[in-house]
Design a protein around this ligand. Structure first.
Ligand SMILES: NC(=O)c1ccc[n+]([C@@H]2O[C@H](COP(=O)([O-])OP(=O)(O)OC[C@H]3O[C@@H](n4cnc5c(N)ncnc54)[C@H](OP(=O)(O)O)[C@@H]3O)[C@@H](O)[C@H]2O)c1
Length: 202
């Protein structure tokens, strides 16, 4: 498949690029600073641009079979990516989100509630942006999946990922970036969580 990755130069994004190449995909990495791409590969191309560069975003997504976004709190960028995908007829959109974004299937959970309250207090801007981005994704016509995580760490890949909704006693607070990348990559060709917002953890 041809996969476009936004956030490709981040800690998780770099792992995702590597895993996608290892799995045989053609990868387009979108980067504001291509110098931060540490991978070179015949099946890797890099499109350089900021998240307000509509022309570069269109160039990055137009030939994709799927797009994965792991940029975080830049809802205007998410809006532009959605617009470019809808215009180009690219449907599959796998988006990293956080536990700050609620889902109707969640149940009340004191641990996550206090975590979200903390984030809302210390980082109200990013909190609002992540909520806004999720609203935009949900309102789009795309085949989206919002993958919600609470905390990422740099532990090794374990291959053991719990998937569910908060408050059911299944999903915990953290996951390794390697496992997160593998889950995102799997979603590209798996419709199990189409138009859903699963939470994941180790
Ligand atoms: N860290 C956590 O505990 C945690 C928890 C929940 C969710 N998440 C989400 O998980 C994803 C990966 O996390 P991470 O910790 O591996 O991320 P990271 O290392 O901070 O990388 C973030 C990526 O987003 C890009 N980015 C950030 N702001 C941008 C902007 N204004 N314009 C253009 N690009 C921008 C960065 O580009 P540059 O390389 O150019 O800086 C980088 O590629 C992110 O979406 C993050 O929000 C993280």
């Amino acid at each position: 498949m041809r996969i476009t990755i936004f956030g490709a130069t981040g800690r998780m994004g770099r792992l995702l690029v590597r895993q996608a190449l290892d799995a045989g995909h053609d990868v387009t990495a979108y980067a504001r600073d291509p110098g931060r791409m540490r991978t070179a590969h015949p099946r890797l191309s890099v499109v350089t641009g900021e998240l307000d560069d509509d022309h570069a975003i269109v160039q990055a997504v137009r030939d994709a079979d799927a797009v994965v976004e792991g940029v975080g709190s830049v809802s205007d960028g998410t809006r532009r990516i959605i617009g470019a995908m809808e215009h180009a007829g690219v449907d599959r959109f796998v988006v990293v989100s956080t536990c700050s974004v609620p889902d109707p299937r969640d149940l009340p959970d004191a641990e996550f509630a206090s975590l979200v309250a903390f984030v809302k207090t210390v980082a109200p801007g990013p909190y609002a942006e992540v909520r806004r981005a999720a609203d935009l994704v949900r309102a789009s016509s795309l085949g989206w999946t919002l993958v919600r995580v609470a905390r990422l760490d740099d532990g090794p890949a374990t291959g053991r990922v719990k998937v569910g909704h908060y408050g059911h006693g299944v999903v915990g607070p953290s996951i390794t970036r390697a496992d997160m990348a593998a889950f995102l990559l799997g979603q590209v060709s798996d419709g199990t969580y189409l138009r859903q917002a699963p939470a994941i953890s180790n």
